[in-house]
Write a protein that binds this ligand. Structure first.
Ligand SMILES: Nc1nc2c(ncn2[C@@H]2O[C@H](COP(=O)(O)OP(=O)(O)OP(=O)(O)O)[C@@H](O)[C@H]2O)c(=O)[nH]1
Ligand SMILES: [Mg+2]
Length: 324
């Protein structure tokens, strides 16, 4: 490793915790009656969090909390809210949310958005759903998700009428399924769901959400475009990245992978094809750096003195220029 590389490596690791904190935590609540397809939806949207699924007995017995080492997302998968035990479950859920969402509570503990699932196959909105929707909407933006959507027949409009506090009602079919007649129902509505949810989310949580969901590649782009529109983007980075050697990129790649601050690189085909020849896919590395959102990595590149990225890239360019 070059001495520049070694220096960068040390700076980055010294500030890893800060980088993760800067990014902010994201908490999503998912509610709805047992069997409606909550766990299936979570698996389809967030993949590796792997909530349990099944048929027959309600299998999510109490609120399942799903998170992953190094990831900012926590998912609260509430137990199926059946009429028996509803009051008790409802009360403890509201207490938990109210306590977390007080203004003075650390925003990393807040519940940021809720999905309330209603099964299209059941075609019923029950009193419990109405109460739950009213309660959840008091504390956070609420999206009603009509699950197992195959044939609307006016059901969505009915749901909109019965659950007016929801910010929107969306129809999804979360897994592809073949019925007894051999007809396949494909996955539908997931893109629209994640894109609408992104729009409802506090801005400081949007990056975390864009990275955690696995449905829409456009969400990261949307985030990038907003940062550009805010003037929070510098144009010097791309030419810089084009001119850096694989050796100099090594510590940056190691950091992105191990710190797990974003989750995009390991899934990137260019990364898989070219590593350790990092210069061949420097565009993908650049995207990861930009997606950090906070200035931690930039600051680390510059030795933690809190300067703007533009100056950092000039500085790094000078270092690299001096070496060549
Ligand atoms: N065809 C089809 N089946 C689905 C869909 N979503 C869920 N299912 C099925 O519905 C059943 C229940 O799904 P789960 O995701 O376990 O339901 P849940 O809401 O998590 O249930 P609890 O954990 O008991 O509250 C499973 O057999 C799923 O495969 C869908 O979009 N289409
Ligand atoms: Mg479940």
């Amino acid at each position: 490793m070059s001495s520049f590389g070694a220096e960068l490596h040390n700076e980055l690791w010294a500030s890893k915790e800060q980088a993760i904190q800067d990014r902010g935590r994201l908490n999503i609540l998912i509610a709805g009656r047992s069997g409606v397809g909550k766990s299936t939806l979570l698996n389809a949207v967030f993949g590796e969090y792997r909530a349990q699924t099944g048929q027959g007995q309600p299998i999510t017995q109490s609120t399942g909390i799903y998170s992953k080492e190094g990831s900012p997302l926590t998912i609260f998968d509430t137990r199926g809210m059946e009429m028996a035990g509803f009051a008790e479950g409802f009360g403890s859920l509201e207490r938990e949310i109210a306590q977390r969402n007080k203004a003075e509570t650390d925003h990393n503990r807040h519940m940021h958005v809720a999905w309330l699932c209603i099964g299209e196959d059941g075609r019923r909105v029950e009193e419990g759903d109405i109460e739950l929707h009213r309660m959840l909407a008091k504390y956070m933006p609420l999206v009603v998700v009509i699950t197992k959507a195959r044939s609307d027949q006016g059901f969505q409009a009915q749901v909109e009428g019965l659950l007016p506090d929801a910010r929107m009602v969306m129809r999804v079919h979360a897994i592809s399924a073949v019925d007894d007649d051999g007809l396949e129902k494909k996955v539908t509505g997931l893109n629209e769901l994640v894109e609408s949810t992104y729009d409802l989310m506090p801005e400081a949580r949007q990056l975390a959400f864009a990275n955690a969901q696995q449905v829409s590649a456009d969400l990261n782009l949307k985030y990038i475009n907003r940062r550009k529109a805010e003037g929070n983007w510098d144009d010097d980075l791309s030419p810089l990245m084009d001119s850096v050697s694989s050796e100099d990129l090594e510590p940056l790649v190691a950091y992105i992978l191990k710190a797990n601050v974003t989750e995009g690189l390991t899934g990137c085909p260019h990364y898989k094809a070219h590593r350790p020849d990092h210069a061949k896919y420097s565009g993908a590395i650049e995207k990861e750096i930009r997606l950090f959102g906070g200035n931690t990595v930039s600051n680390a590149l510059r030795g933690n003195r809190g300067v703007r990225y533009r100056e950092i890239t000039i500085d790094v360019a000078a270092k690299i220029g001096a070496k060549n």
